[in-house]
Ligand binder design. Structure first.
Ligand code: C5P
Length: 231
């Protein structure tokens, strides 16, 4: 599996997204679009990004009953997304149903990864509000194991967890890692940040980079710097 840099296009509109991507000319980065842009612009945004030559990670984090997730995943598959995700908390039955829905008649399918625990959830909140009384890292690894045994391709995690995920779930189980910052840029609201080169040495398979690229004075140079340091 090729390592790659995924740009998080956290924009409210197609116009702003394409204004950024137009600056890249013939370079076609792998892009991530989330709920904000997808709900604002509708599914056609995926088709348009694909027709412009981008690989698309559709970050919609599905979590529902297995039948609903199965049916929804077949819709996302037909849009042409290259990578999609769901919440591992939806259980193995939901993850297995998602894989069924994603798989095309010829056996091919987009990459499917799981969110373990959101990085916005603290160990304390997890215990008090969700009644999950285990260390955060154990929960993340346990959810990653569930995802692996359901047949998924990987998880979203911190680069700092990538080695343990690979140890537990095999080297080929993908780690898709946000929380990336250059050593000379602001961390903003990300708490545990990692540089692209550290993410590479920790074994991340894909880094997801938003503001260090999208808010840079020269986004193309910032992207190329990520590629040079990571790929
Ligand atoms: O701008 P920044 O580089 O912080 O963007 C990171 C992207 O990765 C955002 O789209 C954010 O929602 C996403 N993400 C994250 N942490 C997670 C899961 C997703 O930062 N645990």
């Amino acid at each position: 599996m090729k390592k790659d840099v995924i740009i998080a296009c956290d924009f409210p509109s197609k116009a702003e997204t394409f204004a950024l991507l137009d600056r890249f000319g013939s370079v076609k980065p792998f892009v991530k679009i989330g709920m904000e842009l997808f709900y604002a612009e509708g599914p056609d945004i995926v088709r348009q990004l694909k027709s412009r030559g981008h690989s698309v990670f559709l970050d919609l984090k599905l979590h529902d009953i297995p039948n609903t997730v199965r049916r929804t995943m077949s819709v996302l598959r037909d849009l042409g997304a290259d990578m999609v995700n769901l919440h591992a908390a939806g259980t193995r039955a939901m993850m297995e149903a998602a894989l069924e829905g994603l798989t095309r008649p010829d056996g091919t399918r987009p990459i499917l990864i799981a969110v373990t625990q959101l990085t916005s959830t603290s160990e304390d909140t997890m215990a008090r509000e969700l009644l999950i009384n285990a260390p955060m890292e154990d929960v993340v690894i346990h959810y990653a194991r569930n995802a692996r045994s359901a047949g998924l391709d990987g998880v979203v995690c911190s680069p700092l967890e990538a080695a343990r995920v690979h140890e537990t779930c095999t080297d080929s189980f993908l780690t898709v890692t946000p929380g990336i910052r250059f050593s000379d840029s602001a961390s903003s609201d990300q708490v545990r940040v990692t540089t692209p080169s550290l993410a590479k040495s920790l074994g991340s398979d894909y880094i997801v980079v938003g503001r260090p690229i999208t808010s840079a004075a020269d986004p193309v140079a910032a992207y190329m710097r990520c590629v040079e340091d990571f790929v």
